[in-house]
Design a protein around this ligand. Sequence first.
Ligand SMILES: [Zn+2]
Length: 246
Amino acid sequence: MFDYIYDEKAIVQKRKQIFEEFLELSENVEDGNFKTISTYDLKLLFELYDKVFFHSDFRNQYEGSLRFSFSKRMTRSAGLTLCPQNISTLQPKDVIIEFRFGINFFFNYDLSHKEKFVSGVKTHNALEALQLVLEHEICHVIEFILYHRSSCKGKRFKTIAKNLFNHSSSYHALPTNREIAKEKLGLSIGKRVSFQFENESFEGFINGINKRATVMVKNKEGDYIDRQGNRYAKYYVPLNHLTLIE
Ligand SMILES: [Zn+2]
């Protein structure tokens, strides 16, 4: 099972077929750049992959269970595969493998204008990106099922990903919050910014950007000290509350 080899043309065609069938069947997603999606949609998308790429091997031959979830906290990985550490000691029917997706990467897809490659394949909208991330995670699931361990840095993984999906890389270039902040708002690490907090105005510099920015503000009682002996207090500020000081 799972040992199919497709050429590039067939892969592109299958991916497109899934894209179209998914839009037809999904109750939430109506076009490539969606702002609403549920875990049922993930399951639906996966089932289309099983049908189109795997002749329903997952449905017919994999005895364990698959779960699907979204996370708002994933800021670097767009997808994860969670597999029990002790998979080799479990009965096949007791194995539960979970696909988890960083939802913000897909909702924020069109907030940046840069080219967005996923696994070495250029994508044009959030649904295509989701498909590519799912394909990558499917390769992890296959490795976990067949070999009980998986690493996308390994040669075996790369061969599976190439044969099935023509992936040439294990990385995504989807915009991160940090990149969106930089492109949209000009915010980047080291920049001076001001913001309002409890009706007071503060000034400081950006020390980090994740979901929010970390801003260091000079403060005599602050817990953070730089090499010159200045003390700072640390604030976590939503990106759209920051004003850049030129
Ligand atoms: Zn991976």
